[in-house]
Design a protein around this ligand. Sequence first.
Ligand SMILES: Nc1ncnc2c1ncn2[C@@H]1O[C@H](COP(=O)(O)OP(=O)(O)OP(=O)(O)O)[C@@H](O)[C@H]1O
Ligand SMILES: [Mg+2]
Length: 421
Amino acid sequence: MVLPNLWKLYNLQSSPYFQATLHQGSTATPTSLFVGRKQERQQLLSTIGGSRSSRQAVAGRPGLGKTTLVQAVKADALAAGYWVADELISITAESSSEVLLGQLLAGAYDAVLACNPDAAGVAVEAAQQLVRSFRLQGGGVNLSVAGFGGGASRSAVISNPPSALTLDGPRVLRDLLKFTLRKGAQGLLLHLNNLENLSEADAERAADVLRGIRDQALLLDGLHLIVVGTTDAVRTVVQRHTQIRSVFGDPVVLEPLALPEVRQLLDYRYQALQLDPNRPWRAPITNAVVETLYGLFRGNLRGMLKSLEEGIQALLGLTIMGDAAMPVSLDDLLPVLKRRNQLELEGRLGITCWERVLRWAAMDPAARQTQAELARLWRIRQPSVSQTLQQLTAAGAVEALPRCGREPIQYLLTGTTRLAT
Ligand SMILES: Nc1ncnc2c1ncn2[C@@H]1O[C@H](COP(=O)(O)OP(=O)(O)OP(=O)(O)O)[C@@H](O)[C@H]1O
Ligand SMILES: [Mg+2]
């Protein structure tokens, strides 16, 4: 069944509120749609340009645009003569030092082929062999950027010690980098995404995993690495061992884009998706909608875009509009989002948790709460608070703010929850 294109009403080819990251070379989501972050983009790039090998970390709260920033930096680096692959390397909860080494090698191999399709020779063939057997064993979930996301498929690498990868991987990677430099590239840039997948399972092990490949893989000549994760993940993992901290610079910590930048982000998308070039596009939403939703989501672009996409699709599906569709207003959108999010969250959380959310929202939906405060509000003991918070966080109803020093962690209702309550 072919669904009618509802966005046609606004002279748009498809949904301008897609949540995929941008990537260079894509026609649907090109990096030319990127806005802002000039200073961070420049900083990441000049660190890469500043030495023969580098390691950097990008941190920030969920949905702020971490992955997309690195995608933009990769496009810059490519233009500056570095070899990069479109794919990003997705870290999973099961990644071991060996898996990570395999993923780095596979990522490097992909970058070599992407930038030099008829690459050949001993170094390339050796890499090809190792990468092939690594992938056959299910390792290396190098996700295409189109299908990225936190819940990557699990990689199950059977570890028969010591594998060919452990024995030969570091040398093969080093030779591949030498090949890259010999062919005139400035270096090779790899993007390791979602560090939090590893650190949430076990922060200490996550740090050990990185340390385990430091000398054989992280410090190789010609290799530039950007690791992306939530602020806490980067802090706990990258800064845990001196040996790792000392080879990474201070992380680039992202703040939310400013509201005018978000408006520009949307305008770029409308412009790029214009259906009939002889007629202007129309914004499907009013400025007030952007302002209010962005405020509720506190910088979480992914969350805001998802709500816009779902809400407007639901609305357009309900209403028969004429050719001259009006932009959707807050009064139209909020009730739809409230109903949708309520149903979804209530279903996902179950009645007890949902009631706790309601009690929190009734007090002050924008308040930051600690576990002790929530124990008083909910009249339950600390272990149950922590269990409830785990459930709420996993369901996307609550977000834990990055820890500030020795202060207790503060929790906030997410934009999705605030729309529901
Ligand atoms: N600077 C930007 N310019 C244009 N679009 C952006 C920018 N930053 C983010 N976006 C868009 O916002 C959405 C979310 O961005 P992204 O996936 O990079 O966030 P993230 O911080 O990596 O999220 P997560 O925490 O879920 O990994 C994507 O659709 C992306 O295209
Ligand atoms: Mg991301």
